[in-house]
Design a binder for this molecule. Sequence first.
Ligand code: BDR
Ligand code: CA
Length: 316
Amino acid sequence: MPPKRIIIDTDPGIDDALAFLLALASPEIKLEALTTTQGNVTLETATRNALAVLELAKANHIPVVAGSVVPLVQPLRASAHVHGESGIGNSKLPTPKSKPREGHAVDYLIERVLAEPNELGIFPIGPLTNIAMAIRKEPKFAKAVKELVIMGGAVLEHGNVTPQAEFNIYVDPHAAHIVFHSGIPITLIPLDVTHKCLLEQIHIDRLLRIDSPITRFIRSAVETCFAHSESYGGKGCALHDPLTLATVIAPELLTLKELRVDVDHSGGVSMGKTFGDFLGKTGKPANMRVALQARGDDFVELFLQRMETLAKTISV
Ligand code: BDR
Ligand code: CA
């Protein structure tokens, strides 16, 4: 089977960076580009972080294209308390040698997708602003995207930014609404499953047996996250964004359900809440597949193995 060709749309972000590393370490995946958005950090910081992580992984041939500066309707938010001021914890990343590609991520996504209809999968692991803008700007876009694998939402679980809402959806619920109703085949990876995939200190100690910029980066990146791990029961750092890639590299670890899912963007206390029509009360068909269970420990083990292999190839 040829590798699955994907573009990651991202706001790096500690676990975003770990997702890039996992994609680069996985022969089942060909990472074709990173498009950036505001979210965990500003667009400028997100774009610099994306370039720097690719530099660290000796993958600076992969294009990075900067996208949305603000959400569609809401003001800009950032989550420095979780991801650190730099966006990637306390890590010191190399200064990127490459620059972002000219142009806007929304135009890049439209151009790439229309050039090869139904060939490219897009993995949005930040707020959905760029994807919604592409859908609105080019009416042919939605029909030409092969699939979206989205990290976002909390379907049966509580939220992580408000009692009800998950961060990526909360930052741009209007964009999520456009995307959820676009007709693009969607797989949603919500908090319900990402909270099962926890990177713990014992895992970092194992990785550090390999002396590599990759293992040192992972350690420093997750330190900030460990400091806030009480929200996950005091255990570790959730591999939210990397888990989207399980749909390609280990689909057997996820239990998916066809479901109609919508998002509240009415501005009240439930703003950004995602909810599933489990009993078919709307009478409307499913609009996505949602991961409701995951074999978290097996995914963490797979992640560690892939990082060990990558780390052995990057030793300077
Ligand atoms: C999501 O929010 C971000 O902070 C993480 O990178 C992840 O994409 C989890 O709610
Ligand atoms: Ca993210």
